[in-house]
Write a protein that binds this ligand. Structure first.
Ligand code: GAP
Length: 456
């Protein structure tokens, strides 16, 4: 199967209702994207699959849905106010802005770890190696300055008396600040986890590459709170479970790899990304981080509350360790779109097909009346029946072959043809997207058959 280019996936997504450029009629708004009717189903199904796997099926994980706007002290405690920034420099010739560390890493083919350099060291490296502007080829750089990544807004009604507040750049802080609430209300015993799915915002300097890096995106994050002595076991466990989850969704193992971090934050005991081979190369898809007691300690310090757990057996009080597992819903959607696409050579034809796992496919079934004049009424009735159980679509225009192709490219796993047999015997033919083979079943059996296939 040939790999798809980013340009092709962007065009396909726009053409078939997966993803549109944000605010398109106003010539767009850079690096924002709107999910269309087909794409929203795909992304919602991916989020549902994650929630089912990591919250519903895990007796010791509790979900929350915390506010996006949090007390600004949260971001002081987390360190974001002081240091969540990127080193940026402007090309004075074409006025484009770049991340200095990215310029160095690209120029050295990843051999120089610029993240460990000071701004002065980066400036010297760029000058010594004569790194030119990737946009215009010029060599007239501004000084490197730190560029804040949090979007700032303000709260308050009296002009001149407004407080700065931030759009959250990560969802996990909503999990840390609710540690005591969740532990108390759920009578949770260590080890337990808090999870949530929600929007995050980052004023990235070099966003781009479609859904891969945007300024507004959704994260699926969980924090496992545990005793220090158990923490490495949970770290390894989440590395394994995170990989299993994305493989079960259909990402192939030869396009996935672990990337253990050599350079760790001062509080971290271990950190690892799982990378996926996107059309732009190997890039981070999700992260698993051993964060020690850092986050709860800092919130304890800044809020004055004791972020402790009292062991019910020993009565000992301590701050638990945290293992964090974090994955972007939009980035995972992009990986799944890239992986699922195939331009398949048939005997006398080619077809574009999305081989989504049926659990995440936008529509599970398409109802197709064979001849509109005779079968439309029954097909509409069948649509009503099927759509009570799962997302179903309906198409009555064009030849049956063309209608199959339209469903293939949006990844509908089952096409249901309504014909004379349906009127006379109550049976339908079900055509499988991947094998293109057909079977005949009664209407109720067809619903149960699809229900079984879309289980995750
Ligand atoms: N709380 C930890 C945290 O936020 P991160 O590595 O910055 O860690 C976690 O982000 C995940 O969120 C990434 O692995 C990626 O999947 C997704 N992500 C981060 N920034 C993103 C962006 N600008 N656009 C899309 N997804 C992003």
């Amino acid at each position: 199967m040939k790999d798809i280019s980013m340009e092709k996936i962007v065009n396909l997504c726009k053409q078939y209702g997966f993803v549109f450029p944000g605010s398109e009629i106003y010539d767009g708004f850079a690096n924002t994207w709107d999910f269309g009717p087909v794409g929203v189903e795909l992304k919602n199904n991916i989020k549902r699959a994650w929630w089912k796997r990591f919250v519903q099926e895990d007796m010791n994980t509790y979900g929350v849905d915390a506010a996006i706007l949090m007390n600004p002290r949260v971001w002081e405690a987390s360190g974001h106010v002081a240091s969540f920034s990127d080193p940026k420099m402007d090309c004075k010739k074409c006025k484009q802005r770049f991340r200095a560390d990215n310029l160095i890493e690209e120029h050295s083919n990843g051999k120089v770890a610029a993240e460990a350099m000071s701004n002065e060291q980066m400036q010297d490296y760029i000058n010594d190696n004569h790194i030119v502007c990737p946009n215009c080829g010029g060599f007239d750089w501004s000084e490197i300055k730190q560029f804040k990544l949090m979007f700032e807004t303000s709260r308050g009604t009296v002009e001149g008396n407004k407080d700065a507040v931030y759009l959250r750049p990560e969802t996990c802080q909503g999990e840390y600040v609710n540690f005591l609430n969740v532990q108390r209300t759920m009578r949770a015993k260590l080890p337990f986890a808090i999870a949530q799915i929600g929007k995050s915002f980052r004023n990235e300097i070099t966003p781009g590459n479609f859904l891969f890096r945007t300024i507004e995106f959704e994260q699926m994050e969980l924090q496992k709170f545990c005793k220090e002595q158990d923490s490495m076991v949970f770290y390894e466990d989440y590395k394994k479970r995170a990989l299993e989850f994305i493989e079960d969704l259909g990402l192939s193992s030869d396009k996935l790899r672990y990337h253990d971090h050599d350079k760790l934050a001062h509080y971290a005991k271990a950190a690892c990304d799982i990378q996926y081979k996107f059309p732009i190369g190997w890039e981070e898809l999700n992260g698993i981080h051993h964060r020690g007691t850092w986050d709860l300690s800092r919130h304890g310090e800044f809020s004055g509350k004791k972020m402790e757990y009292q062991d019910p057996e020993t009565n000992e009080k301590y701050i638990p360790n945290v293992i964090e597992y974090s994955i972007g819903a939009d980035r995972l959607t992009l990986a799944i779109l890239c992986e699922a696409y195939e331009e398949e050579q048939l005997e006398n034809d080619t077809r574009e097909v999305m081989h989504f796992h049926p659990a995440v496919a936008p529509y599970k079934a398409a109802i197709l009346p064979l001849v509109k004049k005779y079968h439309k009424d029954k097909a509409e009735e069948v649509y009503q029946m099927f759509s009570k159980s799962f997302m179903t679509t309906y198409d009555e225009t064009g030849s049956i072959g063309k209608r199959y192709r339209r469903q293939d490219v949006i990844g509908t796993p089952y096409c249901i043809t309504i014909d004379d047999e349906t009127l006379n015997n109550g049976t339908v033919t079900i055509r499988d997207r991947d094998t293109m083979k057909q079977i005949t079943l009664s209407l109720n059996d067809a619903i149960n058959y699809i229900k079984e296939k879309i289980e995750f």
